[in-house]
Design a protein around this ligand. Sequence first.
Ligand code: FMN
Length: 170
Amino acid sequence: MKIAILNGSPRAKNTAAMVNAFAEGAKEAGHEVEILHVGKMNIGGCKACEYCHGKGAGTCIQKDDMEKVMPAYKEADMVVFASPIYYFGMSAQLAAAIQRVYAIGKPAKAAKAALLLSSGSPNVYDSAIAAYKNMRAYMGNENKGIFTAAGEENGSDAKLAEIRACAKAL
Ligand SMILES: Cc1cc2nc3c(=O)[nH]c(=O)nc-3n(C[C@H](O)[C@H](O)[C@H](O)COP(=O)(O)O)c2cc1C
């Protein structure tokens, strides 16, 4: 299956390690993986102008890096959301990339989803997990795993092996 991983971190460190472990496992199982570094992209927040639902016919009036993300989103059988925790929630960059999907309503094919979260402290995931669960219910897809890495868990062999194994079993 085609897997799109949206990495909402602007830097190549803790979230990226989780993303890479997931991608490695999924590729070992023969899946096609595309990593979209939305945390480093130029993706504006939705302007609520409704151009996409009128004249734009599913396209956004903003011509930015969301144009790189949308094709992968549309084609993916599985979407993986990955983010550092910023003030108890997902990063603004990932939130913007998720909310811009408003242009098409929801990814048409994505039957599966997973969530990867990195943080400094433990027990800071409620808000990001709630958003993910609600998104999943809206998109109508199956949860294939929620992984968190706090503090020293980040980059640890045990955590990355756990993520790799889950992705390999998809
Ligand atoms: C703006 C900002 C806000 C953060 N807020 C939190 C927080 O609320 N709780 C927490 O445990 N860590 C917080 N952190 C720490 C990051 O979640 C943590 O360092 C994470 O591993 C970074 O992932 P990265 O290497 O992909 O950037 C914050 C970091 C930044 C830069």
